[in-house]
Design a protein around this ligand. Structure first.
Ligand code: N01
Length: 847
């Protein structure tokens, strides 16, 4: 068998060039790289069709890993055309001297895992075979054209071109009758570019697209200077942004804006060009169909303004899918092309193309004659390029069989059953909605670190586990289902552009910052979810997140949220108050305030006497306020038909232990005596708290028992119970998500202020828990205080207290205050509602 390498890399696009550089020059590995094309460039080598250009600005759509490369190249246009991008990649390849690793014009035909040798056997179309310990696929997602569905292409007597394998020699269209089939990003670029060159252009459109202006222009000297001076901050901004470009954040929800405000914002970003229209306008357009319709109608209006013939304009206006549910295309004079007398639009939705004929195109209603036909019908995205490598994994497992029901992967980087195969920007990676060069660098860096680890540890096999793949697949699908994307029809986003291809989540739509944070966590915990020499590390918490919680965390990361434990006291307090923006607004109702003890009393408009909830806000005893608890208390009052008393308590460190427990118990005592005057039933008081407030509620329940105050129940929403608890969840979720062990320890420290730990701070230390009010304990899977709370529920049950324990999967500490963004918080309210309703009855033990 031929030669033996450490790594085989396949592909010489953005990913392949950087991967070879990283692995050869930084890891010192012995590499063979293959490329089917005759040179470097990947997609930019193949797609030479007229008008091909990028639609992320070139200063962002370029490598960031090398200061020298970044500073050494100057872009002539904001959005460079294909020749310039190709020239850039050729220049980079020379600078890095990576061409020597490649065999060009060589296609990989089979890639087979040899379990005994723990190596891949790679065969190429030149008849050669080699082996490698690792294979790194850099074949790209949009690199295999979709097979045309219509017969007869071989019979056409004119010139037939596919955009994705456009000739290297110039194609002269002057004086010719040209057909363009397809109006995706590619078709749109072709049509606007050839409209003035060909004698006639006939566009066959099946689905109109929402195209918005690209905003391309030459980059002048002043702009170049400015770009050079601001590279570092532009790149930092890009890495922080959901799609990897430093664009403005959106202005809140479209549905909260007036029509005039919406118009102003849409106009602003329409004029500025590119993806800004999607990402800098309104936060809800990608998540909410009604909000989406506001931007969709805006684009339709602009199309109608630009296209003179109303019937043509109507045909060009999409009505069957939400904006951005298909990958949005960008244009320069596309719609104006249809005002030219020799540009015609044919609707092939109503009369589909049946065949290409010797003279042109035949639809179900008519035959057309052409000199040239251009196919811009898209790609078999993500899966086909990998399937074409002829992959067979462990025990001869064929990738086709593994993916019979749609692609699976962990992070888009590995596929279970295919050890030591790494994929850059594979299916279920973040690349589809992430500036490609940066997405590529992130993936290559992750893979290079994994290889370095495997090599250092002499690990023979490095592979994703099936469980991790499943968890990742659930997260990808769950996030996608929160967006309007699944409402598209025929989009490559969902695999629907290829007849017979599985409809699935083909990519991770949680945004670049979250994707990067997840990858970092996975690496940090020793490659959680991967098996090294078949020994697997647990799937890290962030992969197990509820999709909505994941998205929220992603948007916090995008806004530059620092870890809570790195914040000072004022910052922690500001973060706690800012959580109000994440809450669903509470219903309007009568609210009274009392000053001693300080409290707000929420009084629903119902006939009393009503059950009573005494609520203590969270905030780690050092932050939070009655304002933070306002919306939840309104909702609790409304949903439970209860008087809710939201009790103020003094905060640490200014007022350390026992100030908070004394205040909260004093409030409870006051409620017991006075709530009748507000329509409450003192015989049906439930004490309730969230987080640190739940700790105070648990202690108040003990003090109430000891003082002879009857309680109907206690609701402890993810309570911290004991600062010295030594539990598995404390270790597993020490780094979050969101709430960390370090901030928990700081909060406990501030609260106790050096005081001796007693049952008044740690309720599990009470000499007896017998006789306490029935309890509902709500815990969260991904919360470090989970186990101590569940242990406390167990201790209550052992002491004969009726207990309900309800654990919520995928959620992290603090979510009770995030109801507007995490729909499943509703389930917490429902659980509380059921408990409060039965508080006077016998509660069965479920702990
Ligand atoms: O492919 P597409 P693309 N009869 O799948 C039509 C990237 N890109 O090559 O929508 C008639 O979007 C099909 O119609 P329908 C970018 O990510 C980027 O244009 O299925 N029509 C559609 O109109 C982009 O999303 C840039 O009804 C048929 C078109 O062909 C991705 O590549 C530039 C048909 C295919 O559109 C793919 O874009 C170019 C049939 N039988 C591409 N079959 C940049 O600017 C298909 N169609 C960076």
């Amino acid at each position: 068998m031929g030669s033996h390498y450490d790594v085989v890399v396949v592909g010489a696009g953005f990913a392949g060039l950087y991967a070879v550089h990283k692995m050869c020059d930084e890891l010192g590995l012995d590499i063979q790289a293959f490329e089917a094309a005759g040179g470097v460039g990947g997609t930019w080598w193949w797609n030479r069709y007229p008008g091909a250009r990028c639609d992320f600005e070139s200063i962002h759509y370029s490598y960031s890993f090398s200061e020298e490369i970044q500073r050494g190249w100057e872009w002539s246009e904001r959005f460079a055309g294909q020749p310039e991008i190709l020239a850039y990649l050729e220049w980079v390849a020379d600078k890095l001297d990576v061409r020597r690793a490649f065999r060009f014009n060589t296609r990989v035909t089979s890639t087979t895992w040899d379990d005994k040798a723990a190596r891949w056997i790679i065969c190429t179309d030149d008849g050669a075979t080699c082996t490698a310990r690792f294979v790194v696929s850099c074949v790209g997602g949009l690199s295999v054209a979709k097979e045309p569905e219509f017969p007869g292409s071989e019979t056409f007597r004119g010139e037939l071109y596919r955009t994705s394998s456009w000739p290297h020699e110039p194609v002269d269209l002057t004086g010719k009758r040209v057909a363009v089939i397809g109006t995706g990003s590619t078709g749109i670029q072709v049509i606007q570019s050839i409209a003035n060159e060909a004698a006639e252009v006939t566009v066959f459109q099946r689905t109109p697209n929402f195209a918005a202006p690209l905003g391309n222009e030459p980059v002048d000297l002043a702009q170049r200077r400015w770009n050079a001076e601001h590279h570092a901050e532009l790149r930092a901004g890009s890495r922080q942004h959901m799609i990897g470009v430093p664009y403005d954040p959106p202005s809140g929800p479209a549905l909260a804006a007036t029509p005039d405000e919406r118009r102003r914002i849409f106009d602003k970003y329409w004029d500025r060009g590119g993806f800004r229209l999607l990402v800098s306008t309104f936060s809800d357009v990608i998540f909410n169909q009604q909000a989406n319709e506001t931007i969709a109608e805006y684009i339709r209006e602009r199309i109608r303004e630009r296209v003179k013939d109303p019937a043509t304009a109507a045909l060009l206006c999409p009505t069957d899918h939400p904006y951005a549910s298909k990958r949005p295309p960008f244009e320069t004079g596309y719609y104006e092309a249809y005002n030219l007398p020799h540009v015609h639009l044919v609707d092939v939705r109503s009369a589909p193309i049946e065949a290409l004929t010797p003279i042109g195109v035949r639809t179900s209603s008519k035959s057309y004659e052409f000199d040239v036909i251009i196919l811009a019908t898209g790609f078999d995205v993500f899966t086909r390029p990998l399937l074409n490598l002829g992959l067979r994994g462990r025990d001869g497992l064929k990738l086709e069989d593994r993916w019979a029901n749609g692609p699976t992967s962990y992070l888009g980087v590995q596929i279970a059953g295919f050890p030591n195969l790494f994929v850059i920007n594979g299916p279920k990676s973040a690349v589809a909605l992430y500036n490609v060069p940066l997405a590529t660098e992130d993936n290559v860096n992750f893979v290079a670190a994994a290889l370095a680890r495997a090599i250092a540890d002499k690990t023979a096999t490095f592979e994703a586990t099936y469980e991790a793949e499943e968890a990742w697949g659930r997260l990808c699908e769950g996030i996608l289902n929160l967006t309007v994307i699944p409402h598209s029809k025929g989009s490559w986003y969902m695999g629907e552009n290829i007849p017979g291809k599985a409809r699935a989540a083909y990519f991770f739509a949680g945004g670049a910052p979250l994707y990067r944070a997840i990858c970092a966590e996975i690496a940090h915990v020793g490659y959680g979810g991967f098996a090294l020499d078949r020994v697997s590390a647990p799937i890290p918490p962030m992969v197990r997140l509820d999709p909505a919680a994941a998205l929220l965390l992603g948007s916090m990361l995008a806004r530059g949220m620092k870890p809570l434990d790195e914040l000072n006291l004022d910052e922690v307090r500001a973060v706690a108050e800012s959580l109000r923006e994440l809450q669903l607004p509470g219903p309007a109702m009568r609210v009274e305030t009392v000053e001693a003890p300080r409290a707000r009393i929420y009084i629903p408009d119902r006939a009393g006497p009503l059950p009573v909830i005494v609520f203590y806000h969270g905030g780690g005893w050092i932050s939070g306020s009655l304002d933070l608890a306002d919306a939840p208390c309104r909702r609790l009052a409304d949903e439970n038909g209860a008087i809710v008393v939201s009790a103020h308590y003094r905060l640490a460190p200014e007022h350390s232990f026992p100030a908070a427990t004394d205040d909260t118990f004093a409030a409870l005592s006051w409620v017991w005596k006075h709530v009748g005057a507000y329509g409450g039933d003192p015989g049906r008081i439930v004490v309730m708290g969230e987080s640190a407030g739940a700790n105070l509620a648990a202690v108040a329940a003990i003090r109430a028992r000891d003082a002879g105050i009857p309680l109907a129940g206690q609701v402890l929403i993810y309570p911290p119970i004991d600062p010295e608890a030594s539990t598995a969840s404390r270790t597993e979720f020490a780094d979050g998500p969101f709430f960390t062990r370090a901030i928990g320890e700081k909060m406990w420290g501030a609260y106790l202020g050096g005081a001796e730990l007693t049952a008044l701070a740690a309720p599990s230390r009470a000499s007896s828990l017998a006789g306490l009010a029935p309890a509902l304990v709500l815990t969260l899977e991904l919360d470090m205080s989970r186990d101590e709370a569940e242990d406390y529920a167990g201790a209550l049950a052992s002491a004969g207290v009726p207990v309900r324990l309800h654990r919520f999967d995928g959620l992290f500490h603090g979510v009770f205050n995030m109801s507007a963004f995490i729909p499943r918080v509703r389930e917490m309210y429902a659980s509380i509602g059921e408990f409060v309703a039965t508080c006077k009855e016998q509660i069965t033990e479920v702990a």
